[in-house]
Design a protein around this ligand. Structure first.
Ligand code: ZN
Length: 283
């Protein structure tokens, strides 16, 4: 069996896979105040209980924050304290007595959608998670393109409004600052899910959303863009105006396709990707 772990800003999900089939799954809301120790205790509790039924041969992890892939260390978490330079794979590996491998959750989500979801057969594929924060993953020719230092695809902190409001990263007007769920809620006083029901709001929102996605389209000419995360579930209410706005913003001489679709695996893109990452040949 393969153990898959998705550590996000708002929830922790764990699944057991038998090949490509998910055999068991459990999800818990993240206790941000509990920090790293709380999260590790949850993982230990769930995995220890499952070990009565399963033997895990490998583990894949998607972590909600920057990961140094070459060193296999968490860089830090912007949502939860205590993760800086943490050897998460070492912790999980000693728990299950088998190897573990991790990457940031956007890259892992990209693998999940590319191998099992809406990105199957599309290369290059750009995957974007649009939820509490924004992350991106570039998947081409059967592997993730990570760049020189594991930071490839980090579209969330690209500036789209130079005079925009301050972002948590220290810059202004970042794509994530303008479009992610955390800031939509703070700026507009209601959850993104409700805002996506309001056509007038969506009409304005897709202008910024398209500014960010346009950069990915012009730079990568992806065969397809898959959007996951909570806001990606808004359906045609979001995707129809978004495609129209992209067509408006992208210069007419560019023949780059505008193929933007929601994730097919819903909340489980990262879990499927983690299971696939665990058995992929080393990058
Ligand atoms: Zn930023």
């Amino acid at each position: 069996m393969i153990l898959a772990i998705d550590i996000g800003g708002t929830k922790l999900s764990i699944a057991a896979f038998d090949g490509p089939c998910m055999a068991r799954r459990e999800s818990r809301a993240t206790d941000a105040a509990g920090g790293r120790d709380w999260m590790l205790a949850q993982i230990r509790e769930i995995v220890t209980a499952w070990q009565r039924d399963f033997t895990f041969e490998r583990c894949g992890i998607g972590f909600g924050g920057p990961v140094n892939f070459a060193a296999q260390r968490v860089v830090l978490s912007t949502h939860v304290g205590g993760w800086r330079d943490f050897d998460l794979c070492g912790f999980v590996s000693s728990l299950i007595g088998a190897p573990a491998i991790m990457d940031n959750d956007a890259n892992v989500g990209a693998i999940g959608e590319a191998e099992f979801g809406a990105g199957q057969g599309f290369s290059p594929l750009f995957y974007m998670t649009l939820s509490t924060g924004i992350g991106g993953g570039i998947y081409a020719d059967g592997r993730i393109w990570r760049g020189a230092d594991s930071y490839g695809g980090e579209i969330g902190h690209m500036t789209i409004r130079p005079d925009g409001p301050d972002c948590l990263c220290g810059a202004r007007g970042c794509f994530e600052r303008m479009c992610c769920g955390l800031w939509l809620q703070r700026d507009h006083g209601k959850p993104a899910k409700e805002l996506m029901q309001e056509p007038a709001f969506v009409e304005r929102y897709v202008v910024d959303l398209a500014l960010g996605l346009k950069a990915a389209i012009m730079l990568l000419n992806p065969q397809r863009i898959v959007i996951g995360g909570g806001i990606g579930k808004a359906g045609d209410r979001l995707f129809l105006p978004l495609r129209a706005e992209l067509r408006r913003q992208i210069t007419s001489w560019s023949g780059a396709r505008i193929d933007v679709v929601p994730a097919a695996l819903g909340d489980d893109s990262v879990l499927y990707g983690a299971a696939a990452l665990a058995v992929l040949p080393p990058a």
